[in-house]
Write a protein that binds this ligand. Sequence first.
Ligand code: HEM
Length: 181
Amino acid sequence: MQLRDNGLRFSPITIVLHWLIAALLFSILGLGVAIAQSPGEARLVLLQNLLGTLLFLISIYRFWARVTSFHPLPVGSPNPVEVIVARSVAIALALAMVLLPVAVWLSRAAAGVAVELPGGLALPTLISPNEQLKAVVDVLFNIGATAFLLGLALHLFGAFKNHVVLKNLALRRMLGKQVEL
Ligand code: HEM
């Protein structure tokens, strides 16, 4: 099995992790909405914490793999600026999935709140409560999360444009189709 991406194709690991991370992210956002509507539901918070921890751990490998392997050649013949923007956005999205969970963990620790997981487990709070630090981390999180959502919107627009307007195989390649370049 091809373990790493090369200039010709994504590895199956990249493809599986891409969609797993997308599913985890959308589940975490959905749980956030559900928690806002029923704040007393502690099980939803535990589940969200668990999914966030999994997202963080998988994203460490994924970011490392993205920056240490070739990105396959683009399908079709896009202009070079579009290719540079699309790849930079993809790398920024992968990095955000490492940094944003760290910011949440730091913010909770600075508020004196442990990130609790199902089964009575909890992530260690490696820093002591600190209101000023929490305020700084929250501002950084909000800036990072806004930039992330803008990048994600651009990423989804790119996928939509390739699939629906340009009718090329970019999306189908990310769904596992073998594409000869
Ligand atoms: C429904 C949601 C999504 C769609 C339709 C989608 C679509 C795509 C497509 C078509 C590619 C291949 C681009 C190419 O050929 O170079 C790609 C790559 C990529 N996407 Fe997405 N994407 C989605 C969600 C996400 C999310 C949520 C993230 C990160 C938070 C993300 C991060 C990446 C990254 C880092 C790559 C480069 C390949 C890799 O290392 O995985 N995508 N995406």
